[in-house]
Design a protein around this ligand. Structure first.
Ligand code: DAT
Ligand code: MG
Length: 153
């Protein structure tokens, strides 16, 4: 994927769903100008979460991470746009909410790393891997956004 077609996998974690922050998170990506191309509320099975977080399987916090990610439904999304992976991480801010940039999602809506309410891909390659883990072919929708020319020059 390149240019305006770059895609990021963004997920509201179970505690973000339970706390009613889904709308606020969608709003921030919409307000920025990114395009929603896939979304699903999903009780993620453990084997899917293990694929999603396979790089972290040797970390001491991994069992707790899988447990908290399977503690309720996740809102899995794909957002599309220019530099959406890098800018998505700016919107999320730091893994530890205490280090978050002022006003950014993890700074505004949460306190602890283990309850940081949202996932965002860290590279274009990991985004593609994650999209393939969470969505079947055809579930990511291609469509024309009528605001495109008002967002991009
Ligand atoms: P990020 O979600 O910012 O990409 P990550 O990929 O390093 O961060 O870790 C995935 C998740 O694992 C993170 O959102 C919360 C949890 N986590 C990371 N480091 C942790 C730690 N030191 N203690 C507890 N949970 C941690
Ligand atoms: Mg990560």
């Amino acid at each position: 994927m390149s240019g305006n077609k770059e895609q990021a996998f963004i997920a509201v974690k179970p505690n973000g769903v339970q706390r009613g922050i889904v709308g606020e998170i969608i709003k921030r990506f919409e307000q920025k100008g990114f395009k929603l191309v896939a979304m699903r509320l999903h009780q993620a099975p453990v084997d899917l979460l293990e694929k999603h977080y396979c790089e972290l399987s040797d970390k001491p916090f991994y069992p707790k991470l899988i447990k908290s990610m399977s503690s309720g439904p996740v809102v899995a999304m794909v957002w599309e746009g220019l530099n959406v992976v890098k800018t998505g991480r700016v919107l999320l801010s730091e893994t530890n909410p205490a280090d978050s940039k002022p006003g950014m999602i993890r700074g505004v809506f949460c306190i602890q790393t283990g309850r940081n309410i949202i996932h965002g891909s860290t590279s274009v390659a990991s985004a593609q891997k994650e999209i393939n883990v969470w969505f079947k072919p055809g579930e990511v929708v291609e469509y024309q956004n009528c605001a495109q020319d008002w967002i991009y020059e």
